[in-house]
Design a protein around this ligand. Structure first.
Ligand SMILES: [Zn+2]
Length: 321
């Protein structure tokens, strides 16, 4: 008999339960569903809402939690659909409501810090501690245009990276990025602790659709099937993700108005202009120029752009290699 414990919840082989796990010394209770398979096996942690306007990932996690029953599993699922709950409930875009921090920069967190640090600490010590594998569901933020792609951890032991890459390869998206980071992001930190971890980017602009959620759920189910946790074979996909190699994350050098010239998913040559930042009179403050041939993974879509915040992110175009 296997028992999975998260906070005050305790769920045994063959059981499914939903409830809340408190973030100590805060008013926050995180929603969680634990599904323990009829057959014992590995435990997969699935999270959404690290960024609270990333609705496709959140709704995907909610529906996966509702739809999978213990009879279909060899192993266990721990599903946290909404990590930044107060942000969601105050519609703060991606920041934690109480302290304005971005959870994805704060892992592993600590119990003595601000609310965001405490949420990260709780996720590490209550959720990640149970996990053999980890799937984190993201999208472009409410102000970001994004083409679907998948990250796997790179700053981890070679066998962890290999396993994470194999998980990422069954996700139905055109591009794969191996992250060099070992802290900051929830999945990055999990990877550095030995948990093969991936992050799926699907959806953007603070909207969601049934179609995107269906695709998101099939991504999750396929990773679970690949890991032998969910019954059935990995289904046919449209895409096999191609590694885009180096990714350039270019932050804005000025606050002002943003005028992009491309759309996410577009490819371009080194030296092409990707967008302009102008002041409130239309004077150009900054020109964003491609530093290599690339594929645009995401970019700011709002007219508003903020100095030091994201502007564009692009990888090497694998089709031009
Ligand atoms: Zn995100």
């Amino acid at each position: 008999m296997q028992t999975i414990k998260v906070g005050n919840m305790s769920v045994k082989t063959g059981e499914k339960a939903s409830g809340y796990v408190e973030v100590k010394d805060t008013e926050i209770e995180l929603p969680v569903t634990i599904i323990c398979g009829d057959k014992e096996g590995k435990t997969i942690f699935i999270s959404g809402g690290v960024h609270n306007a990333e609705y496709v990932g959140i709704q995907t996690a909610i529906e996966i939690a509702n739809e999978i029953s213990p009879s279909k599993l060899t192993g266990n699922l721990i599903i946290l659909p909404l990590m930044n709950r107060t942000g969601f409930e105050h519609r703060t875009m991606s920041m934690v409501y109480e302290d304005g921090k971005n959870l994805n920069r704060e892992f592993p967190g600590n119990q003595q810090g601000t609310v965001a640090d405490k949420i990260c600490y709780t996720v590490v010590t209550e959720f990640q501690k149970n996990a053999d594998y980890y799937i984190d569901l993201h999208c472009g933020d409410g102000y970001e245009d994004l083409t679907p792609y998948v990250y796997c951890v790179g700053a981890a032991a070679p066998e962890v990276v290999k396993k994470a890459r194999a998980m990422a390869e069954v996700v139905n998206v055109p591009y794969l990025v191996q992250s060099p980071c070992g802290t900051g992001g929830s999945y990055n930190y999990a990877g550095s602790c030995g948990i093969p971890s991936i992050l799926i980017e699907r959806g953007c602009l603070g909207i969601w659709s049934k179609e995107e959620v269906e695709l998101g759920k099939e991504d999750v189910r396929n990773v679970l099937r690949y890991l032998g946790v969910l019954e059935g074979d990995v289904s046919k996909r449209t895409y096999n993700p191609t590694d885009v190699g180096t990714v350039i994350y270019k932050n804005a050098g000025h606050t002002g108005c943003w005028y992009p010239t491309k759309r996410s998913g577009d490819t371009f040559k080194k030296g092409e202009i990707l967008g302009y930042i102008k002041d409130y009179f239309g004077n150009v403050l900054e020109i964003c120029v491609a530093e290599m041939d690339g594929i645009l993974l995401y970019q700011v879509s709002s007219l508003s752009i903020i100095k030091g915040g994201s502007m564009v992110a692009y990888g090497e175009n694998p089709n031009q290699k």
